[in-house]
Each structure stands twice: as structure tokens, then as C-alpha cells.
Design a protein around this ligand. Structure first.
Ligand code: DGL
Length: 272
């Protein structure tokens, strides 16, 4: 089974392209809606919540866990990899994040080396995108990352308020500094933000290429499974999807069907 973990609905923007690219497997999606947003919390708290989620998903039979949430990938990925993939387990199961596939794409995409990032406070403060892009950037080039924390966007999206004029005003205010830096590439460093993609691309203009994690993570997972048959062979192929939430299942179902056009079974309510 392949599991995806996010603090709430956002990871569905990663799940959808993964289901399209790799439809044959069994999937489980966990959204910790009761504790969203994660992005304003301390690294210690994010690590603690992530441990709980990872332990739970492995207990439910996950063999690969995709940490869809950028805040979690930025702050807690290394921590849970070190804690849960020790010894024999290392060859038996995997935990993957969304930052590296994005960093690889940034290096391929930018022409002028001026790149913007919007994300939660946790993601921006971690500087993980700066570090991963610097590692991948060839010595003959330089890429400068301009980061803006945009902490109000996730609560607006989770409240289904993100298409209202007030939300668009807040978004435009957040993007204003990035527009002035003459960036040619913008990283949506949060799984929730593709839900505001239209307003973001309209505000940034045609010259800015807006990158989101979903398709990049799906491509990277597909390649990973080809390169690691020892993990791929452990995945069950039943084309099932189970959605788990720590909060109201009917709210989760309504939001998913409205914004993702996916018909889903009633999510299961779980306690981590
Ligand atoms: N969706 C998460 C991300 O990709 C963050 C949302 C939150 O703050 O919980 O960063």
C-alpha cells in the first residue's frame, strides 16, 4: 500500500496526479484536519505529529509513505526517516518527501536564476529549498531564492474561503514583493496552494512559470518504483483508496468532491 500524509486537504493535490500516474496500487491518504495548520507550529511539534502519523500508517500496512505536506517534508522528513527506517526496515519500507523533486525542476526551469517561493512559516524558516537548490545548482550558475511566508492561505483554503475577494486581496499582498524581484519561476511550496492556482498565475503574469508538487512527485515516485523493485514488489495492487481524517469525515468528503472532482467513499475518522 502507498500512503500519503498531509496536515489536511492539501495533499490531495499530490494524490490526484499520483493516482493518475500509478492507478494500479492500493492507496491510503491521511489528512490530520483536526490539527491543521502545521505550518505555524514549532519544528518539535511538527516532528511529534509526524511521528504519530508515520507510526499509524505503517501499522495500517503502508510500505511507501509520501510526505505530501511541504512543512512536514521540510522540518520532519529526515527525522522520521532516521527513526523508522533503521536496520532491516530500511529495505522493507520507505518515506519520501516533496522537496527534492521540486528542487530538481527549479534548476531545470529557471533561465534568469531568480526564483520565488511561497510556503508556510515552517517551510520558509527551514531554508530547505535554499539548501536543496544550492546542492543541485551547477557551479557555473547561480540561483537566488526569494521566499515569502504566506501563513493565512492554508486556513482560508481549509475554510473553503479561498475564492472570496478578501482571500484574493491577501494573496495579492503576499505576492507583491515577489513580483518586484523579477522572478521567472515560482515554487508553490505548500500542497494547499494549487487550490488558488488561477489567482496566483493571474497575479504573477505569463512570464512566471508556477511550479507545483503534484505532477513532479508523481513522476519521481514512478521513477523510484522502477529503480527499486524490492519495494515495488511489496505494494498491493487493488486500485483501492481509503481516506482517513482526524476530524469530521463528511466535511472532508464534501470538500474533496467539490474541489477535486473526485467521488470518494466516506472517509474514516481516526485518532493518532
Ligand atoms: N499543506 C501543508 C504544506 O504543504 C501545510 C499546511 C499547514 O500549514 O498545515 O506545507
Amino acid at each position: 500500500m502507498i500512503a500519503l500524509f498531509d496536515s489536511g486537504y492539501g495533499g490531495l493535490t499530490v494524490l490526484k496526479p499520483i493516482l493518475k500516474a500509478l492507478p494500479e496500487y492500493d492507496y491510503i491518504y491521511l489528512g490530520d484536519s483536526a490539527r491543521v495548520p502545521y505550518g505555524n507550529r514549532s519544528p518539535e511539534m511538527i516532528k511529534k505529529f509526524t511521528e504519530e502519523a508515520v507510526e499509524y500508517l505503517f501499522k495500517r500496512g503502508a510500505k511507501v509513505i509520501i510526505i505530501a505536506c511541504n512543512a512536514v517534508s521540510s522540518v520532519a522528513l529526515r527525522h522520521v526517516q532516521q527513526k523508522y527506517l533503521k536496520g532491516a526496515d530500511e529495505h522493507d519500507r520507505k518515506i519520501l518527501g516533496v522537496v527534492i523533486p521540486m528542487a530538481e525542476e527549479v534548476v531545470k526551469t529557471t533561465r534568469n536564476g531568480r526564483v520565488g517561493l511561497i510556503g508556510t512559516r515552517a517551510t520558509v524558516n527551514s531554508k530547505v529549498y535554499d539548501k536543496e537548490i544550492a546542492k543541485l545548482c551547477p557551479p557555473t550558475r547561480s540561483i537566488k531564492l526569494y521566499s515569502e511566508a504566506t501563513p493565512l492561505l492554508v486556513p482560508l483554503i481549509e475554510e473553503d474561503y479561498h475564492k472570496e475577494p478578501e482571500a484574493i486581496t491577501i494573496l495579492k499582498k503576499y505576492l507583491r514583493p515577489l513580483k518586484s524581484y523579477n522572478i521567472d519561476t515560482l515554487i508553490l511550496g505548500c500542497t494547499h496552494y494549487p487550490l488558488m492556482l488561477k489567482a496566483i498565475t493571474r497575479t504573477m503574469g505569463k512570464k512566471v512559470k508556477v511550479l507545483q508538487s503534484g505532477d513532479l512527485t508523481a513522476k519521481s515516485l514512478k521513477n523510484y518504483l522502477v529503480r527499486h523493485p524490492e519495494i515495488e514488489s511489496k505494494l498491493t495492487k487493488g486500485k483501492s483508496l481509503t481516506i482517513l481524517t482526524t476530524d469530521d469525515p463528511s466535511k472532508f468528503k464534501t470538500f474533496t468532491e467539490k474541489h477535486f472532482g473526485m467521488k470518494i467513499k466516506m472517509p474514516e475518522k481516526v485518532t493518532l
